[in-house]
Design a protein around this ligand. Structure first.
Ligand SMILES: [Cu+2]
Length: 93
């Protein structure tokens, strides 16, 4: 019974965040090997989210490694922009 409720809640969270991402101008989000996430905006610029869900800064040109081993060069450093997206996402629920 308890397990069933947990699954329903998790499903709801996924649906809400998928909608919020779509609204935030983020084209894709790639998980990195170290547990952080790089969010790529529609104009190609990127913003970093660390493993705890906080926006962090990274130098333009820094090479990151995705979970699948793919190398990604940082483009831009959209901290303020990503902050606005994440803030809206959390508040939007
Ligand atoms: Cu980065």
């Amino acid at each position: 019974m308890l397990k069933k409720i947990a699954v329903v809640i998790a499903g709801g969270v996924v649906a809400v965040s998928a909608f919020a991402w779509d609204d935030g101008g983020i084209e894709k989000s790639i998980e990195l090997k170290d547990g952080s996430t790089v969010h790529v905006f529609k104009d190609g610029k990127m913003g970093m989210e660390n493993r705890y869900g906080y926006v962090t800064s990274m130098d333009d040109g820094h090479v990151m490694e995705a979970k699948d081993g793919q190398k990604i060069a940082m483009k831009g450093n959209e901290t303020a922009r990503l902050d606005a997206v994440l803030y809206r996402q959390y508040r939007g629920q």
